[in-house]
Design a protein around this ligand. Structure first.
Ligand SMILES: [Zn+2]
Length: 87
């Protein structure tokens, strides 16, 4: 399922992704940091991004709620077309 989650994540506009990735709470830095080396997966019906704090390297996670349903529809409709403009 990790691949599917990553696919949905990658379907998000780049601006949205960078906005989410640059606003992750790090318990070590006690503030919003940028997540790096992240991976996406489904956890209990929600998508979770797990990665590391770009500042201190602490493990961080970001739950993506609410944006999953429209995204699922998006990937399904693009699958049906069988065409991808990217790559
Ligand atoms: Zn940190």
């Amino acid at each position: 399922m990790a691949k599917e989650a990553l696919k949905i994540w990658m379907a998000l506009p780049t601006t949205d992704r960078s906005k989410i990735l640059s606003n992750v709470w790090c318990s070590d830095c006690r503030g919003g940091v940028t997540m790096c080396d992240y991976s996406a997966e489904f956890d209990g019906g929600v998508m979770v991004l797990r990665g590391f704090c770009a500042t201190c390297g602490h493990k961080v996670a970001r739950v993506l709620e609410g944006c999953i349903e429209p995204l699922k529809k998006m990937t399904y409709s693009s699958k049906r077309k069988g065409r991808k403009s990217s790559r």
